[in-house]
Design a protein around this ligand. Structure first.
Ligand SMILES: Nc1ncnc2c1ncn2[C@@H]1O[C@H](COP(=O)(O)OP(=O)(O)O)[C@@H](O)[C@H]1O
Ligand SMILES: [Mg+2]
Length: 232
C-alpha cells in the first residue's frame, strides 16, 4: 500500500467529521472515493495532506505515519493535491502559476507537462482569471505533476466541466495511471469514477459504507440508491 488511512477521526473545531475512517491505495492503483455532498470526502483528502490533521488514527504513506506533518512536508514526500477549488492564481499568468510548482527532482518538468497539455502551452502568457473551467483544471493537474508526486489526490476534477472536457480529464488520469502514479479520486460523478477506478470506497457521515470493485458497486442497488442517488 502506498497510502493506508487507519481509523482516523477528524474535526473542524467541535464538528466531528470523520469517524474511524480507514482506506487504502495500493501502488499504481486508482481508487475512487464516492459519497454524497457533505459525506467527508474533501475532509479525508485534507486529513492526508495535513491541511486538517486527524486527531486520532494513522495516515501511513509508504509505511510511514505522516499524520500531523505540515502540508509542505507532505508535499515534499511526494503527495500532491488537486483541490476542488483548483486554486489557480487569477492575477498570475499560466507560466507563473506553473513556475511556482516546479521542482528539479520531479520526473515531470515543464516541457513534459506542456506536451501533455498543449492547450496550456498556447495560454502561457494568459492570466489565470481568463481560463475556462477545463483549462483551470488542466493547470491545477499540471501544477501538481510538476511537484513530482507518487500519489495524486484529485478532488472532483470533473466538477462544472462540459462532457468533452471531462473526457480529456479522464484521458489524463488514464495516462498517469500508465505512468504508475497512484491516485485517490474523489468524485460526485460516480460514472466517471467507476470507469477509471480499480477499487471504490463509498463513505457517508465520515465512515466507509462500501468497499469493493466498480462491478460490485454497480450491482449493489441498495448502496447506489442510498449513497450515490443513482439507479434504485
Ligand atoms: N471548514 C469547515 N468548518 C466546519 N465544517 C466544515 C468545514 N468544511 C466542511 N465542513 C463540514 O464537514 C462535513 C464534510 O465536508 P466535506 O469533507 O467537505 O464533504 P464532501 O467533500 O464529501 O462534500 C460537512 O458536513 C461540512 O459541512
Ligand atoms: Mg468536497
Amino acid at each position: 500500500m502506498i497510502l493506508e488511512i487507519r481509523g482516523i477521526d477528524t474535526y473542524y473545531g467541535l464538528g466531528h467529521i470523520l469517524h474511524g475512517l480507514s482506506l487504502g491505495v495500493a501502488e499504481g492503483e486508482v481508487v475512487a472515493l464516492l459519497g454524497r455532498n457533505g459525506a467527508g470526502k474533501t475532509t479525508t483528502l485534507r486529513s492526508v495532506t495535513g491541511l486538517t490533521p486527524p486527531e486520532r488514527g494513522e495516515v501511513l504513506y509508504k509505511g510511514r505515519n505522516i499524520a500531523g506533518l505540515d502540508p509542505h512536508e507532505v508535499s515534499r514526500l511526494g503527495i500532491a493535491l488537486v483541490p476542488e477549488t483548483r486554486d489557480v492564481f487569477s492575477y498570475l499568468t499560466v507560466k507563473e502559476n506553473l513556475a511556482i510548482a516546479e521542482r528539479r527532482s520531479s520526473r515531470w518538468q515543464l516541457d513534459t507537462v506542456l506536451a501533455r497539455f498543449p492547450a496550456l502551452r498556447e495560454r502561457l502568457d494568459s492570466k489565470g482569471r481568463s481560463l475556462s473551467g477545463g483549462e483551470q483544471e488542466m493547470l491545477a493537474i499540471a501544477r501538481a505533476l510538476l511537484t513530482g508526486p507518487d500519489l495524486l489526490l484529485l478532488d472532483e476534477p470533473s466538477q462544472g466541466l462540459a462532457p468533452f472536457v471531462v473526457n480529456a480529464v479522464m484521458d489524463t488520469i488514464r495516462e498517469l495511471k500508465n505512468q504508475d502514479v497512484s491516485m485517490l479520486l474523489v468524485e460526485q460523478n460516480a460514472e466517471m469514477a467507476l470507469q477509471l477506478a480499480d477499487r471504490v470506497y463509498v463513505i457517508d457521515h465520515g465512515t466507509v459504507v462500501f468497499e469493493g470493485t466498480p462491478a460490485r458497486l454497480r450491482a449493489d442497488q441498495q448502496v447506489t440508491a442510498t449513497y450515490l442517488g443513482v439507479g434504485g
